[in-house]
Design a protein around this ligand. Structure first.
Ligand code: GLN
Length: 195
C-alpha cells in the first residue's frame, strides 16, 4: 500500500487524511522533516499560504520540503498548497517551495465570491467533479511541460507537471475522492517506473 503524507502545519489536514484512506492508501501526518522519510508522495493542503510559510520556516521544514521535491517525489498542492508549489507568484518576488512550472495568482476569484462550488470537467479524472473554492488562487501561466487539466470560467484551476499536481480548489471537502485517487494512482505509477 502506498504511503501518502499530508503536511500538517495548518489547514485542511484531517479531510485529506480521510480522502487518502478512502482511496486505498495509507495516510501519514507530516509535521517534522523526519516524517518525510518513507512516504511515497506528499499532499500540501489548503489553508492560508502566508501562515503556512511562516510555520514551515518555524519548523525548519523549507529545506527538507525542497529536497523532497527535488528528489523527484510526487507532490499535490491544493489551494494554498498550490501556492506553495508554484515557481512564481503574481505580485511577489519570491516563491515558497517553488518547484512546479506555473505562475499562480492568490485570491483571484474576487472578494464578493469568497467561496463557491462548481462542477468541473477534469481531464483524465472526472466529468462532473464537485469542487469547493475558498478564497481560491488560479494559475495564470503554465510552462511548456505543464499539462492543463481543468479550466473554470477561462481560468486554469488544475494542472500537472510530471510528478507535481496542483489545483485551486479543495478536493478533500466532499465525499468525492476521485482526485485524491488520481493522485494515489500517479504515485503508484511513479513508484513502478522508478522501481
Ligand atoms: N487564499 C489563500 C492563500 O492565499 C488560499 C485559500 C485556501 O487554501 N483555501 O493562501
Amino acid at each position: 500500500m502506498v504511503k501518502i503524507g499530508v503536511l500538517a502545519l495548518q489547514g485542511a489536514v484531517r479531510e485529506h487524511i480521510k480522502s487518502i484512506e478512502a482511496s486505498g492508501a495509507q495516510a501519514v501526518v507530516v509535521k517534522h522533516a523526519e516524517d518525510l522519510a518513507g512516504i511515497d508522495g506528499l499532499i500540501l493542503p489548503g489553508g492560508e499560504s502566508t501562515t503556512m510559510r511562516r510555520l514551515i520556516d518555524l519548523y525548519g521544514m523549507m529545506e527538507p520540503l525542497r529536497a523532497y521535491a527535488k528528489a523527484g517525489h510526487p507532490m499535490f498542492g491544493t489551494c494554498a498548497g498550490l501556492i506553495l508549489l508554484a515557481e512564481s507568484l503574481v505580485g511577489y518576488d519570491q516563491s515558497h517551495i517553488g518547484v512546479m512550472d506555473v505562475t499562480v495568482e492568490r485570491n483571484s476569484f474576487g472578494r464578493q465570491v469568497d467561496s463557491f462550488e462548481a462542477h468541473l470537467s477534469i481531464k483524465g479524472v472526472a466529468e462532473d467533479f464537485p469542487a469547493v473554492f475558498i478564497r481560491a488562487p488560479h494559475i495564470t501561466e503554465v510552462g511548456s511541460k505543464t499539462d492543463i487539466l481543468c479550466e473554470h470560467n477561462g481560468r486554469i484551476v488544475m494542472a500537472q507537471q510530471g510528478q507535481y499536481l496542483g489545483c485551486s480548489f479543495h478536493p478533500e471537502l466532499t465525499d468525492d475522492h476521485r482526485i485524491t485517487a488520481y493522485f494515489v494512482h500517479q504515485v503508484e505509477n511513479f513508484i513502478n517506473q522508478t522501481a
